[in-house]
Write a protein that binds this ligand. Structure first.
Ligand SMILES: [Zn+2]
Length: 309
């Protein structure tokens, strides 16, 4: 019998390393996203792997006009070179729908008609109490009304080994609850869309910010239900201001400077033993050196790192 709480096998062994960077086009590239871009890029190249760029533009209401172009241009100016053509989530709606249909057919989903306010009054911790689960209702009411689609979560814990943060376990039922995969405003959620994206792009290694670690068990659960392989995960510490503000949340989070000192500063935040910027003739020279010395295990195992901003 399958052990319910066994770690997901990373069934990507033997495949070519494929990493990615997936910014949301909701502003300029700031120092925090540069760290995620650099860590995923350097680790891919240090493994002679491929590195892809994806624009997470599924939530069109949050897209800031021209910011995808700005991010792409900034990455180019910093000397990043991605493989293959850029993947845009907005061109994959049909793929997300197909995944949703698969989950529907497995009877894992149900419509939810609750408003945020109703959930707040019914649950003391804000976790969805399963009000609309079909087994809690004599009959489905108002299926013609606008609703979100939720997925049932299992009662057993989900666990994975993070390459930086170590062993991570989450009880989806108690800590997250049945979560939304399709929103009332007819947008596929981050959790479902990126699981499909990583699968379609054959991503084997995901390196991203520590703020996303608590989404990982939900994504592993979706991979398991959809029959997708589970990539290897590593979560880098989050760059925060001395006031503990996340850079992406700062309206004044400015665009990174496209120069060698910025790249050297980023590499040092990632714990890499990199030479000072006057050591390098060019950006290419810097990158080649970083690929040669890169070690993921040197990235600090911390939740946050403060940067002067
Ligand atoms: Zn509900």
């Amino acid at each position: 019998m399958k052990k319910p709480n066994s770690q997901p096998k990373n069934n990507t062994a033997g495949q070519t390393y494929r990493g990615r960077f997936a910014p949301s086009p909701s502003g300029e590239l700031h120092f925090g996203s540069l760290l995620a871009a650099m860590a995923s890029y350097a680790d891919a190249r240090a493994h002679n792997g491929q590195w892809l760029l994806r624009i997470d533009d599924i939530d069109q209401a949050r897209v800031v006009p021209d910011s995808a172009e700005h991010i792409i241009r900034t990455l180019e100016q910093l000397g990043f070179e991605w493989d293959e053509s850029i993947y845009y989530q907005s061109r994959h709606i049909r793929d997300y729908r197909q995944a949703l249909n698969t989950l529907n057919e497995k009877k894992l989903t149900y419509p939810c008609f609750c408003s945020r306010k109703q959930i707040k009054t019914r649950s003391s911790n804000g976790i969805y109490p399963g009000t609309c689960r079909p087994d809690n209702q004599a009959e489905q009411t108002g299926t013609d009304k606008e609703c979100a689609i939720r997925i049932r979560v299992p009662g057993h814990p989900l666990n994975f080994m993070d390459q930086i943060q170590g062993d991570y376990t989450q009880q989806l039922a108690q800590e997250v609850g049945d979560f939304i995969i399709y929103r009332r405003d007819k947008v596929f959620t981050y959790q479902l869309s990126i699981v499909v994206d990583e699968y379609l792009s054959n991503i084997t290694h995901i390196i991203r910010g520590r703020d996303l670690i608590d989404s990982t068990p939900r994504q592993i659960y979706l991979q398991q239900q959809l029959g997708y392989p589970t990539p290897i995960y590593a979560h880098i510490p989050l760059a925060v201001t001395p006031q503990q503000l996340k850079l992406s949340k700062l309206s004044r989070a400015r665009k990174v400077r496209c120069d060698l000192p910025t790249l050297v500063q980023a590499a040092r935040f990632l714990g890499q033993d990199i030479a000072p910027d006057n050591h390098y003739q060019s950006l290419q020279d810097f990158w080649q050196h970083l690929f040669d010395i890169w070690q993921l295990k040197r990235v600090p195992k911390m939740e946050k790192i403060e940067i002067m901003y």
